[in-house]
Design a protein around this ligand. Structure first.
Ligand code: ADP
Ligand code: MG
Length: 227
């Protein structure tokens, strides 16, 4: 039985990665283009052509995943810091991932406090990205369905967000590597989602802890300072 709390403190690398990421996206695009060009040849057998096009689509999906997990955050334009209502934001990001949850047969449970209070200071889009990456992983860890629990609470001068799944969980080794760039156990993973989530929470002077048990599930505990 493995369960350990991990603190996300390994993230100085982000700016550095911004350069290599364009390379990451260009790769699948180039491959995709190649297969589309091949399938333009009139002499190509229809079954073979179908295979080419499937590969092209697959590669385009991969490019889209990289952009979704990472590029939104890497966007150099400086976004203004603002007071973010976590109460509203949580409901928004949950709505964003509902279609993915449905596709996986996952039921999403959101537990909110009675009143809206406590605002975090930061860049809204980035915080959304951070939550979405965590929610997506939770859902993806339950390909055969299950429950995803999200709760929001206030304590002293902080906001607490808990995101728990009943999915595959992680080994101690995987948990240790969580947040490391390009660490992924998925066939189509980018291995960028957690790095991005952790850096964003960290940039807001928040904290993120993760517990995980193989075969049982994973919980993310996020704490953000509030206004
Ligand atoms: P990706 O999702 O593209 O693989 P991430 O950075 O989002 O990249 O996650 C890295 C890895 O961490 C995943 O491949 C998975 O092995 C593990 N992981 C993250 N979240 C969870 C979770 N909720 N349950 C199980 N494993 C997880
Ligand atoms: Mg992910």
């Amino acid at each position: 039985v493995l369960q350990k709390i991990m603190k996300a403190e390994k993230l100085e690398i982000v700016s550095h990665l911004a350069a290599s990421i364009s390379h990451e996206v260009r790769n699948p695009l180039t491959v995709s283009k190649g297969f589309i060009q091949l399938s333009c040849d009139e002499k190509v057998d229809p079954a073979v052509r179908k295979g080419y096009l499937n590969t092209a689509i697959h590669e385009l999906d991969r490019a889209a995943d990289i952009i979704n997990d990472y590029l939104m955050f890497a966007k150099p334009a400086f976004e203004k810091e603002e007071k973010i209502s976590i109460y509203e934001e949580i409901q928004h990001v949950v709505n964003v991932v509902i279609p993915l949850a449905k596709m996986n047969g996952v039921q999403v449970h959101l537990s909110l406090p009675n009143e809206e209070k406590g605002f975090a200071l930061g860049e809204r889009k980035k915080l959304e990205q951070s939550f979405i990456n965590i929610l997506k992983n939770g859902i993806e860890s339950m390909p055969n369905g299950g429950h995803l629990h999200i709760s929001l609470g206030y304590q002293h001068h902080s906001i607490h967000i808990h995101i728990c799944d009943e999915g595959s969980g992680m080994t101690q080794e995987q948990l240790n590597r969580l947040g490391e760039p390009y660490f992924t156990t998925k066939k189509q993973g980018t291995g960028l989602g957690m790095m991005v989530s952790f850096s964003i929470i960290q940039s807001m002077k928040g904290e993120i802890n993760v517990t995980s048990e193989e075969g049982k599930g994973t919980c993310f505990y996020i704490k953000l300072p509030c206004q």
